[in-house]
Design a protein around this ligand. Sequence first.
Ligand SMILES: Nc1ncnc2c1ncn2[C@@H]1O[C@H](COP(=O)(O)OP(=O)(O)OP(=O)(O)O)[C@@H](O)[C@H]1O
Ligand SMILES: [Mg+2]
Length: 552
Amino acid sequence: MGSEPDAQRLRTALRDLVALSTVPAAWVGREPPAIAAGLADVLVNSLHLDFAFVRLCDPNGGTAVEIARGSAWHEFPEWLQSYLSVNGRLSRREIVRDIDSGAQQCRGIVIPVGVNADGGLVAAACDRADFPTEIDQLLLSVAANHAATAFRTARGEKAIRQSEQQLRKARDELETKVAERTAELQRSEAYLTEAQRLSHTGSWACVPAIGKHTYWSEEIFRITGFDPAGGPPRFEEFERRIHPDDRVRIREHFTTAIREKVDFDHSYRIVHPGGEIREIQAIGHPVFGPTGDVVEFVGTLMDVTERRRAEEERQALAHSNRITTMGQLTASIAHEVNQPIAAVVTNAQAALRWLNMQPPDPEEVRQALDRIVNQGRRAGDVISRMRALVRKAPPRKDQLDINEVIREVIALTRSELHRTGTLLQTQLAHGLPLVPGDRVQLQQVMLNLILNAVEAMSGSDEGSRELLISAEADGANGVRIAVRDWGPGLEPESLDRLFDAFYTTKPDGMGMGLSICRSIIEAHGGRVWATTNVPQGAAFQFTLPHQGQKAS
Ligand SMILES: Nc1ncnc2c1ncn2[C@@H]1O[C@H](COP(=O)(O)OP(=O)(O)OP(=O)(O)O)[C@@H](O)[C@H]1O
Ligand SMILES: [Mg+2]
């Protein structure tokens, strides 16, 4: 053996080795199939092989990639299959002599990558007689290991790229969601601000322990006249803006609510720096910490100045409507009072006569005096009912027997009905629950409806002037009162406008009666409506809610 050919072989081997060692750099960032194909090409071209097969397995269980170059060993797949069916696995390199490649004699080698070919395998075939030399085997192993490493790296890089992509996608989605949510929040905040402005209601939060308001909505600054630039004021500063007459009371309410950890709802006045006075309604609710302590109070502040003013105007209007209505009834009421007074006089004269008899008859005198007392009471009752209707008094909420309310109104209008030749019928159901409400206001509704009916029928024949007043249960939670007449009825086109203020068809009418009825009924939580009465006339009905309380 000469040393010259050996040296030559070694030089070639080294060159091939160097060539192989540069290949992984070219594989960086490439996809696994490209790496397998690259390796197969290097084997066939650089090592001058007739056949190369590369299988690279994914250590994470992904699909393996396989590439074959050259056709010298086309039965290789069958060979591998039969080998594996006998041996179970490829745990060491196998040299296959005399593979049947047709014309030439060829020899092949199969090298596992990793333990039991976990990383894959490399197979090669060549018609060189000495193939595979030790150097061939060495070079093939190096190439196979390089490829396995590159393949693993590529898989890793791919996984990193994928998770990078997923992260980027998630971040983009998150950004979009945040943007959408922000826009949504800005929108609802704008709606809220607008709603607060329209309803003159602001929201606040405060921490009593440090005597500070921690949040004030824009509307609160507007209502209280503080400058938003300065932020919510401290308690003392805020207190100075409360009307001096309300200050002590409000401080007491607030301290009690804090001490007793309860809600509060109070009204007071705020005096703006310019002297303007606003009426405020404040509602607060304690927020508890994990230990049960009050950490803050949250609530609303409502400017009710306009509402109060409107309510006062409504009351003034209702009052003047009552006065006008009573004015219409003056003659009848006078008659209603005159009757008992006349009876008093008659009975007093009779008593005198019994007294002057010889001997006087004390029993007859006593009976006459009893009648005087009764008639006197009757007159007194009419007058006190009338006074109640005419008096200007704030609305009350009593538990009312609605039938009694109706009967009292009937008593006031009896003479009027009689005078106009109106026949009154009543159908008042027994045992109706008590209705919470204001007696005078509900009587005013009845008065207006009765007078409208009487006025409507004033043109009809006297014989057909009938009025039916009924009261009955309306479901489980209400009562329904109806006033029906046998007058000309309602024009269909006027139905929508009947309850409008100033709608009237009467020459001297104000058109306020029904509009006041509606505002009173609605303030009581009820509903009023008009329909045609069958067979003729108009029917006005209203409902009033109750809590099922029975008269005792
Ligand atoms: N029972 C009824 N039958 C027919 N039309 C009616 C009846 N009640 C009311 N109306 C119609 O509804 C209109 C409005 O009634 P409303 O009581 O509000 O005002 P008014 O009676 O005209 O005036 P006032 O302010 O003096 O009560 C009446 O002008 C009348 O045209
Ligand atoms: Mg009227």
